[in-house]
Design a protein around this ligand. Structure first.
Ligand code: UDP
Length: 485
C-alpha cells in the first residue's frame, strides 16, 4: 500500500475548533519536517482553513486540503450547515457525535484514492482504527487533551461507577494525589458505549500523538508513555501553536480582519501586564444572568480587560439587552473592550499588555497561555476542564482559581452563579501584580514554563526529538510494508 516519495500523512480532525486548530497546526508541523501532509475536512470547515493552507503551500510547504461532503442532514438529524460542533446546540452534541459514523465510507474511498502511509485521526473517529488496519497503515490517535488529563481519565475507570453518596474522592498512586469531585468529571464517564469503543480503538491503533511537551507535565508524560494501560506508544508533538507563528498562517480562524486590528490596536495602547484577557473557548454557553455578573465584576475590578463573548450570546441587540448592564460599554470605555465573537487568541496572549488570562481550561487555551508565559485565572465549565484546572493550579502552579469547589453541573448551564463580587475580588487582587508573594510566584512560574515551551520545539528540544523519532519510525514502517508487497 505504501507510496514512493516523501512520507504521506493524512490528518482527519474532529470538526470542532478545539480539535481542528491543533490538528491543522500539527499537519503544518509535519509539513515543515518534509512530510507530505493532507488535511481532510468538510466544505464549510474548509473555508476557514483555506487561507492557512494556501499561505503555507505558497511558502513551499507540502500541505494540502482535501474536501469531503458532510453527511446528509436527512441521515444525521442535524440542521443543514451544522458541520462544526461550535454551531450545534449543547443538547445536540450527541447527535453530532453519532453523525461522525457516517464518514466511514467516504473516508474509506479516500484512503483507496490517496493511499497515504499514515492516518492521524481524532479519538472520536473510533472506526478509523479498523479502517487503517484494513489498509495496512498505522493509525495515530489525536485526543486533543494533554498527558495529565489522559492519564487521569485512564485511571478513572478504576473508580467507576461512583458510589451515589460520593461527592468527591482522591485519586492516589499518581505523582500528585488528585482531588476530584463528581460534578467535575467529564461527561464521557457516563457514556459506557463510547468508552468501550474508545478502548477497543486504542488497542488497535499504532500510537497517540499528544499536544504537549515533556517539561510541562514530565511525570505524566513519562507515566503516560510508559505505564499506559494499553501499552500504546505516545509521542509529544506540542505545543503545536508554536509552529504557526506568522499572522497570515493563523488568519481566518474565525475573527474578521477588522476585529483583529481593533483588538491588537487597543492592546498596543495598554501598559505591559496590565490587561486581563477573558475567553471561554469555542463551545461555552453562559446564561444571560452569568454574563451580567461577569460584566459587573469586570467593571468593579477597576482593571483593564479584554472580554470575548461568544457570538451566540451576543447575537442580536435584543438578546444582548437582557444581560448587558445598561451603559456598561460607555462606562468602561478605554479601560475595557468587549469582543463579540472571536479574538485572535494566540496573538492576544502573546501581546505584552496581557498580564492574566481568565480561561475555561480548554487544553488548547491552557497550552497557548503556557507558551506565552501568561498566568491563568481558572474557571472550568465541562469536559475534562476540571482535571486541567488541577494541573494548572495544583501541579504546575501557574494559575489561581476564580472560585473554589465544584459549583457547576456537568454540561448544563450554571446552577449557581459566580457573582460580580467574586469576579471583581480575584481580578482586582491578581491583575497588574498586587505584590502578593503567592501571586508573584504564580506569574514567575508561568514565565519559566513559557521559556521551556520554546526550548522544547527548537532543534534538539524534547518535542523536536520526539517528532524526529516518530517520522523515522513511520518511514521505517512504510518501507517494511513495501518489502512485504
Ligand atoms: N479561540 C480563538 N479565539 C476565540 C476563542 C477561541 O482563537 O475567541 C481558539 C483558542 O485559541 C483555542 C481554541 O479556539 O485554540 C479553543 O480550544 P480550547 O481547547 O481552548 O477550548 P474548546 O473550544 O475546545 O472548549
Amino acid at each position: 500500500a505504501a507510496s514512493a516519495g516523501p512520507l504521506h500523512m493524512l490528518f482527519f480532525p474532529l470538526m470542532s475548533p478545539g480539535h481542528m486548530i491543533p490538528m491543522v497546526d500539527m499537519a503544518r508541523l509535519f509539513a515543515t519536517r518534509g512530510v507530505r501532509s493532507t488535511i481532510v475536512t468538510t466544505p464549510l470547515n474548509a473555508t476557514n482553513l483555506r487561507r492557512t493552507v494556501d499561505s503555507s503551500a505558497a511558502h513551499g510547504l507540502p500541505l494540502s486540503l482535501h474536501v469531503i461532503p458532510f453527511p446528509d442532514p436527512a441521515a444525521t438529524g442535524l440542521a443543514p450547515g451544522q458541520e462544526n460542533l461550535s454551531t450545534v446546540p449543547t443538547a445536540h452534541f450527541n447527535t453530532f457525535v453519532m453523525a461522525l459514523f457516517h464518514f466511514q465510507s467516504p473516508l474509506a474511498a479516500l484512503l483507496r484514492e490517496l493511499r497515504p502511509d499514515v492516518l492521524v485521526s481524532d479519538s472520536l473517529f473510533t472506526w478509523t482504527a479498523d479502517l487503517a488496519l484494513e489498509h495496512g497503515i498505522p493509525r495515530l490517535i489525536f485526543h486533543g487533551a494533554g498527558a495529565f488529563p489522559l492519564f487521569v481519565l485512564t485511571n478513572l475507570v478504576n473508580y467507576l461507577p461512583l458510589d451515589p453518596s460520593t461527592e468527591s474522592f482522591t485519586m492516589n498512586g499518581l505523582p500528585h494525589p488528585i482531588r476530584l469531585h463528581k460534578n467535575g468529571l467529564p461527561e464521557l464517564v457516563d457514556n459506557f458505549f463510547m468508552l468501550k469503543l474508545l478502548g477497543e480503538a486504542e488497542a488497535k491503533s499504532y500510537g497517540v500523538v499528544v499536544n504537549t511537551f515533556h517539561d510541562m507535565e514530565p511525570s505524566y508524560v513519562n507515566y503516560y508513555k510508559n505505564k499506559n494501560q494499553t501499552g500504546i506508544k505516545a509521542w509529544c508533538v506540542g505545543p503545536v501553536s508554536l509552529f504557526c507563528r506568522a499572522a497570515e498562517e493563523r488568519a481566518g480562524r474565525g475573527e474578521s480582519p477588522a476585529d483583529r486590528e481593533r483588538v491588537l490596536g487597543w492592546l498596543n495602547s495598554k501598559p505591559a501586564g496590565s490587561v486581563v484577557y477573558m475567553c471561554f473557548g469555542s463551545l461555552c454557553h453562559f446564561s444571560g444572568a452569568q454574563l451580567r455578573e461577569i460584566a459587573l465584576g469586570l467593571e468593579a475590578s477597576g482593571k483593564a480587560f479584554l472580554w470575548v463573548v461568544r457570538r451566540e450570546a451576543a447575537e442580536d441587540a435584543a438578546a444582548e439587552a437582557e444581560w448587558m448592564p445598561e451603559g456598561f460599554e460607555k462606562r468602561v470605555e478605554g479601560r475595557g473592550l468587549v469582543v463579540r465573537g472571536w479574538a485572535p487568541q494566540v496573538e492576544v496572549l502573546g501581546h505584552a499588555a496581557v498580564g492574566w488570562f481568565v480561561t475555561h481550561c480548554g487544553w488548547n487555551s491552557l497550552q497557548e497561555s503556557v507558551c506565552a508565559g501568561v498566568p491563568m485565572i481558572t474557571w472550568p465549565l465541562f469536559h475534562e476542564q476540571f482535571i486541567n484546572e488541577a494541573l494548572v493550579v495544583d501541579v504546575m502552579g501557574v494559575g489561581v482559581r476564580m472560585w473554589e469547589g465544584f459549583r457547576r453541573n456537568r454540561l448544563e448551564e450554571a446552577k449557581v452563579l459566580v457573582t460580580a463580587e467574586e469576579v471583581a475580588a480575584v481580578v482586582g487582587r491578581v491583575v497588574g501584580g498586587g505584590g502578593e508573594e503567592e501571586v508573584e510566584t504564580v506569574a514567575r512560574k508561568a514565565k519559566e514554563y513559557g521559556e521551556a515551551a520554546r526550548k522544547a520545539v527548537e532543534e534538539e528540544g524534547s518535542t523536536y526529538e520526539d517528532v524526529t523519532s516518530l517520522i523515522k519510525e513511520l518511514d521505517a514502517k512504510r518501507k517494511e510494508g513495501q518489502e512485504d508487497v
